[in-house]
Write a protein that binds this ligand. Sequence first.
Ligand SMILES: [Zn+2]
Length: 308
Amino acid sequence: MKLFDGHCDTLLGLLFSKREPGALYRSDLHVDLERASAMEGYAQFFAFFGTRDFFREGDIFERFHARFLAEMEACREHVRFCRTGTEADAAIAEGKAAAFISVEGAEVLDCDPARLEKAADLGMRSLCLSWNRANEICGTNAEDPDRGLSLKGREFARLAEERGVLLDVSHLSDPGFWDVEKLARGPFAASHSNSRAVFGHRRNLTDDMFRAIRDHGGVAGLNLYAAFLGEGEVTIETAVRHIEHFLDLGGEKTVAMGGDLDGCDTLPRGMRGIQDVCLLEQALEDRGYDRPLLDDIFFGNWRRVVGD
Ligand SMILES: [Zn+2]
């Protein structure tokens, strides 16, 4: 299979565990390149994430960027930094993984438009305006859930889109989601969010939200964190239910993957990490879904949204 995944926190895991650069190739985290190399192609958004709770001082983006570049260099036989779909195609054709940069939470950029522009110049292709913590840009679905985008937030979002950065609504408050929906000129994404109709967690998308993403030509990446998929015993079948619900909403070109690997502690039973995403594809194949649809869900939909 080929996989294009919209969200992982593997860089955070590498930074916090004090592993040496090169550990992206082999580690005991959810994601490493050695296990991913069993796939026919692999593209991944690597999130730069951290609030001031985690990083008291310094430039958070810069800290992640330095580690990202160090991994790209140490693992250069296995991975390449990519900004576009064409670059990803070329990396994959050479048997390498395609690594994209995303930012989770505008605090990583200190909510500063100048830092946003610098990050875009350095290759940031996707931006979650918030993480769980509310910021001066927007409330979130965990904190200040009734507060949408501020005036500054709307300007920040417009600037991001102008600079070719995909807007990501995964952690935004519900009003913030609809503010982004109104201002977005192109596709936008929920990089790692499931269906609220299937499991009523605030981190998940309502059917109307999913349809709005669909109508903008964007994607919603399936999050593999068990706590967002269901209650009790969460299995691969539980994840399948979210995908099938999105497909019932006309989501063939919208539903994608955003596993949240290394950003979550519990995966569906039987899944250990990146090497087991194929089990989800197999479960869908067993239900009779055809190859073109599976290719879109697991790769093609994200590939289209990142553009050539
Ligand atoms: Zn997240």
